[in-house]
Design a protein around this ligand. Structure first.
Ligand code: ATP
Ligand code: MG
Ligand code: ZN
Length: 299
């Protein structure tokens, strides 16, 4: 084990990040092995150093694209005072307890969605005074949907293991850490549209779409927030259908309701998405905006 007393340095005079393996990623260990003649002998073997797993986790964090704002969002600091906070918290924890078996067993119901009871688009279409009072009574913003889903994303990267299946149907020898990708609807859809317009025979677009289709767990924040277009509807379908076919989970939040979200992403995509959450994992939520509450308690 490393000790502070004698920190080893590399050829550039810098301390090794991992004192145990001196940044080689491998540890030389002595192990007793039985030879063919039955005699036990000590053999020196290399095994992966503990820091290799840590490095992989750091890479998973980096690739997950969790927004900076939510990098430290945790379950612990999520306050549970109101009914809606309790509902969202319990829903997230209950899904968290199931996610390892979801990844291993690939059930039909594998996703988690937090949506509004009355969608942004529904409320926007109302007129005058009605709209204002209705909006006050049926708020879906600032409930902590994204906060909890990002805490969940971190848990998944740290704790869930995946065993891949080779194309010939056999299982991989070793398991690996679960990969998560967090996308924010407006930014991601805009990126896809830009990529579609670039003159590279669709290479960039395909790369982005494949990334969202193939990652073990996709966290889709603010789903249905982007302005509707036929092209976007096609892209929503492509990604959601592909994940649905392979039973790959989508964890999503939206300020739209079931009806308006379907209008935004298209009925074919919505039918598959809601099929993946089932009724039990689709939460229609409303309540006080934490951003405003926080503002009040500060004065
Ligand atoms: N119960 C809570 N305890 C502690 N912090 C909270 C709680 N709810 C929300 N927050 C914080 O308030 C801010 C807004 O929360 P968040 O963005 O997760 O809400 P949201 O439901 O996703 O809102 P929107 O619909 O606008 O995207 C974040 O900084 C989040 O960390
Ligand atoms: Mg949000
Ligand atoms: Zn090491």
């Amino acid at each position: 084990m490393s000790s502070d007393k004698s920190k080893q340095q590399n050829a550039h005079g810098e301390e090794y990040k991992c004192q145990d393996c001196q940044d080689t990623g491998a540890l030389l260990i002595k192990k007793e092995v039985e030879r063919l003649d039955g005699k036990k002998v000590q053999q020196e073997l290399f095994e992966p150093c503990h820091c290799a797993e840590k490095k992989k986790l750091q890479r998973r964090y980096k690739n997950s694209l969790i927004p900076d704002e939510f990098e430290n969002a945790s379950f612990k600091e999520y306050q549970r005072n109101t009914d809606v906070q309790k509902t969202l918290f319990n829903a997230t924890v209950s899904y968290m307890n199931k996610i390892q078996s979801i990844i291993s067993e690939k059930p039909e119901l594998n996703s988690l969605g937090f949506i509004a009871e009355f969608g942004e688009t529904t409320i926007r279409e109302m007129k005058g005074e009605d709209r204002y009072t209705f909006k006050q009574q049926h708020n879906s913003f600032g409930l902590g949907k994204t906060h909890l889903q990002m805490a969940l994303a971190r848990y998944i990267m740290e704790s869930v293991r995946v065993r891949d299946t080779h194309p010939d149907g056999t299982e991989a020898k070793h398991n690996r850490g679960c990969q998560v990708l967090c996308i924010s609807d407006v930014t991601f859809m805009e990126e896809l549209i830009q990529a579609k317009m670039s003159s590279d025979e669709g290479k960039k677009l395909q790369k982005l779409v494949n990334g969202a289709c193939e990652v073990d767990v996709l966290v889709w924040d603010d789903l249905g927030k982007a302005k509707w277009s036929e092209t976007k509807e096609g892209l929503y379908y492509q990604i959601i259908n592909e994940r649905w076919r392979h039973k790959r989970p989508i964890i999503f939040s939206s300020n739209e309701d079931q009806g308006t979200l379907s209008d935004k992403i298209g009925y074919a995509a919505a039918s598959r998405l809601f099929g993946m959450t089932g009724e039990e994992n689709l939460y229609e939520v409303e309540g006080p905006d934490y951003r405003l509450q926080r503002g009040k308690s500060n004065v």
